[in-house]
Design a binder for this molecule. Structure first.
Ligand code: HSE
Length: 427
């Protein structure tokens, strides 16, 4: 059995998982790959930190040249994350005709088109299964198993950190900051968790899913994005009372020849197929015109689940290493885009406001909503300990620009103390 040599860049949460799987499942991996996969060099910027996996010290290095410049290495596994220096390293690897496997969603979402072009020019592969949904084989499913379909929509819970936070807030009444710290400790959150809680991480993943599902690279600027930092216990309680669960969703749909793409917290009915996806689990609902609805569910973050997807990519490349197979899907995926403007999107909404006087507040808000073609399906008013009153309006489907115009008018009225939150309802 010939050996295929692998170099890992980055020995953090995912890097450790990859090394552990390669060492632990060596026999079966080699059998399946048809070659001996040999961990040859591992780059770690901090050689002194305690290793969670027992890697022979001889292969550890803190110098990237020792990995990228090693002519024996066939496959580079990039697990540094972020753009710099990961992009430079991936480019160097591809230029040196090394195959690359990455879990880096930001890199693929922002620079996928140029990196795939470089890989094709160099006749090497760039695989990225772990970039979306951790251990869930969603990329391969879209690229291989569902190619007979016209994909109608992809709706995903694709960020483990925010799902963990929303679950603990709903089920245990936990405080946001406290649960975020737990998610960081468990290795779900990004180094800078702003990317998780403000929805950037989910937007990167949605860009990648949309590119493969619709053959359209959606620029990140064209994805409407909202995080979960505005979600309060009060919203969660109302959602429960109304029969909903709040999830951070990445939604990409085909709408009359255009693609609608957004990342935002949404209320989904408690019997919705994504409502039971709890903790750091991810799930992606895909609707194909032939196959109907499918749900992919599993651990979307963490060391071993993400490592599972990375190692599978290494095995795939190894299987094909002696006969270059061009992945047509990646090339086809990155095509022109037509993304529906956020202002034209339609949705149902939950609007929570504080008013000084219930009857007056109801009258003012109802009138403004009506004047802007927004039909109300339900109103809840709750007297609170303070003098102000909390009112919740649920709307029928509205056009975003009408909603924004109405909210602006509502905020101008003195009868309205504040518009506390506006949350999408995804039925
Ligand atoms: N921070 C990411 C998450 C890690 O919470 O889902 C996996 O991409």
């Amino acid at each position: 059995m010939g050996a295929v040599k692998v170099g890992i860049l980055g020995l953090g949460t995912v890097g450790s998982g990859v090394a552990e799987i390669l060492l632990k499942n060596k026999e079966s991996i080699n059998q399946r790959a048809g070659s001996r996969i040999e961990l040859t060099k591992v780059l770690d910027k901090n050689l002194d930190r305690e290793k969670v996996v027992d890697i022979p010290t001889g292969i550890m290095t803190d110098r990237s040249e020792e990995v990228l410049g090693n002519s024996e290495i066939d496959i580079i596994v990039e697990l540094i994350g972020g753009v710099g220096p990961a992009k430079r390293f991936v480019e160097q690897a591809l230029e040196a005709k090394k195959h690359v496997v990455t879990a880096n969603k930001e890199l693929i979402a922002k620079y996928g088109d140029e990196l795939f072009a470089l890989a094709a020019k160099q006749g090497v592969k760039l695989h990225f299964e772990a970039s979306v949904g951790g251990g869930i084989p969603i990329i391969k499913s879209l690229q291989q198993s569902l190619t007979a379909n016209r994909i109608e929509k992809v709706i995903g819970i694709v960020n483990g950190t925010t799902n963990y936070i929303l679950t603990k807030m709903a089920d245990e009444g936990a405080e946001f900051e406290e649960v975020l710290a737990e998610a960081q400790q468990k290795g779900y959150a990004e180094a800078d968790p702003t990317s998780d809680i403000e929805g950037y991480d989910a937007a990167y993943k949605l860009t990648i899913l949309s590119a493969i599902a619709f053959g359209r690279a959606i620029s990140l600027d064209n994805i409407y994005r909202e995080g979960i930092t505005q979600i309060t216990q009060e919203d969660i309680t109302y959602a429960q009372e109304l029969g909903y669960t709040i999830k951070l969703l990445g939604i990409a749909k085909r709408v009359n020849g255009e693609v609608e793409a957004r990342v935002q917290p949404a209320m989904i009915p408690q019997d919705h197929s994504l409502a039971g996806v709890k903790d750091a689990f991810n799930a992606v609902l895909v609707k194909g015109d032939a196959v109907g609805e499918l749900i992919y569910y599993g651990q979307g973050a963490g060391s071993l689940p993400t490592g599972s997807a990375v190692v599978a990519d290494v095995i795939d490349i190894t299987r094909n290493i002696d006969y270059q197979v061009t992945d047509l899907n990646e090339k086809r995926a990155y095509k022109a885009k037509t993304v529906k403007s956020h202002q034209e999107l339609t949705s149902k909404y939950y609007i929570r406001l504080q008013v000084a006087d219930k009857q007056k507040g109801l009258a003012v808000v109802s009138k403004i909503l009506g004047d802007n073609d927004i039909r109300v399906s339900k109103v809840i008013g709750a007297d609170q300990a303070t003098k102000s009153v909390s009112l919740v309006f649920l709307t029928h489907s509205v056009i975003e620009k009408n909603l924004q115009r109405a909210l602006k008018k509502i905020k101008e009225r003195t009868a309205i103390k504040e518009v506390s939150n506006v949350i999408k309802i995804e039925a």
